[in-house]
Design a protein around this ligand. Structure first.
Ligand SMILES: CC(C)(COP(=O)(O)OP(=O)(O)OC[C@H]1O[C@@H](n2cnc3c(N)ncnc32)[C@H](O)[C@@H]1OP(=O)(O)O)[C@@H](O)C(=O)NCCC(=O)NCCS
Length: 304
């Protein structure tokens, strides 16, 4: 018995992943020190397309990758993972080439980890932005803050603001999609419609009856992730985060667009710590579409 040579590894067939692959996908995440996130994989594999390479040793998957389509605007790429025992043998490069060929003329976008970035640069992706991952227990500061309000509805700490937040109802979806479209830059109803089932909490912000923001909270490992976070301004984003934080005892995590320094500073003041950063990279478009001023955090870095 001998292990396959690098040449035979890059010749291994790439197959489509389906919901039956949730456990091997989670095992691969664990192999790389990521949360298992079967719940997130479930969403990604139902709304997007997963690709995988079966491990030649018969032990699950050697590699995964996920694409999330947004029409002809762009396709997001994520969950690029190669099992440690098959690393540095060209598997990620092969999977990425496959994704690029399949995408044809459709531009691509992704959030690159430090490990992944050299590969994507090599394949022609350009860095266009950054996201800061922050995490930890959210501490409510001062009295009258939203920590003392009920999670069902809360008022922004600033007396000057008329923004209130409340849990989303089924008939908020249309208004959420309308708010989201110019901010995300393309329709993602296929994901937003899945948020009520996927998220532990979905909160909307209103100002005089108008929807001015929304955010979801979903479980990942020991933490609860805030995302997407879409808001008219930083104060609205803060109100949404504070309202979501009040609904859980678990640590929060978020991948905040690095341009939103005010929100990042506020989260750090409230006890979250910088954990890591990713580089937003595109191929075939000069930047992500939409309006970064109102896009505070993605649903997950795997969905763009
Ligand atoms: C990033 C990752 C997917 C690369 O997989 P891989 O199969 O080992 O990558 P490849 O063998 O195809 O390498 C392609 C190129 O990527 C770069 N690269 C790969 N691993 C790297 C590492 N650990 N550090 C720096 N560069 C690396 C190199 O440029 C490499 O080319 P080279 O081998 O000629 O130097 C893998 O390390 C992994 O699963 N990491 C943990 C999860 C992660 O960060 N995924 C990326 C999400 S964006």
């Amino acid at each position: 018995m001998h292990s396959p040579s690098p040449r035979s590894l890059v010749d291994l067939p790439i197959r489509r992943l389906n919901r039956g692959d949730l456990v091997p996908c989670a095992d691969l995440c664990e192999d790389r020190g990521w949360p298992r996130d079967e719940h997130r994989w479930g969403l990604l594999l139902s709304a997007g397309t997963g690709y995988g390479i079966d491990a030649p040793d018969g032990k699950g998957l050697a590699a995964t990758c996920l694409t999330m389509p947004y029409g002809s605007e762009f396709t997001a790429v994520g969950m690029m993972l190669v099992a440690g025992r098959y690393a540095r043998q060209g598997i990620a490069r092969r999977l990425m080439r496959h994704v690029m060929e399949t995408a044809g003329d459709t531009p691509l976008a992704l959030y690159a980890t430090e490990q992944g970035q050299p590969l994507y640069e090599n394949l022609g992706f350009s860095p266009v932005g950054r996201a800061e991952r922050v995490g930890g227990r959210f501490e409510t500061i001062g009295s009258g803050g939203s920590g003392s309000t009920s999670p069902a509805s809360s008022v922004l700490p600033s007396a000057a603001s008329s923004v209130t937040t409340r849990p989303a109802a089924a008939d908020d979806l249309q208004a959420m999609v309308r708010l989201d479209l110019p901010v995300f830059g393309t329709d993602r109803t296929h994901l937003l419609a899945r948020l009520p089932a996927f998220a532990d909490r979905l909160q909307v912000a209103e100002d005089h009856g108008d929807l001015v923001g929304y955010a979801a909270l979903w479980p990942s490992g020991q933490a609860e992730v805030v995302g997407p976070l879409i808001a008219r301004d930083t104060a609205t984003a803060q109100a949404l985060v504070a309202a979501l934080a009040a609904t859980t005892d678990r640590p929060l995590r978020a991948d905040v667009d690095a341009r939103h320094k005010e929100l990042l500073g506020w989260l750090v003041e409230r006890g979250l710590e910088p954990l890591s950063r990713t580089t937003v990279m595109t191929y075939g478009i000069p930047d992500l579409p939409g309006d970064a001023a109102h896009r505070f955090a993605p649903l997950t870095v795997a969905t763009g």
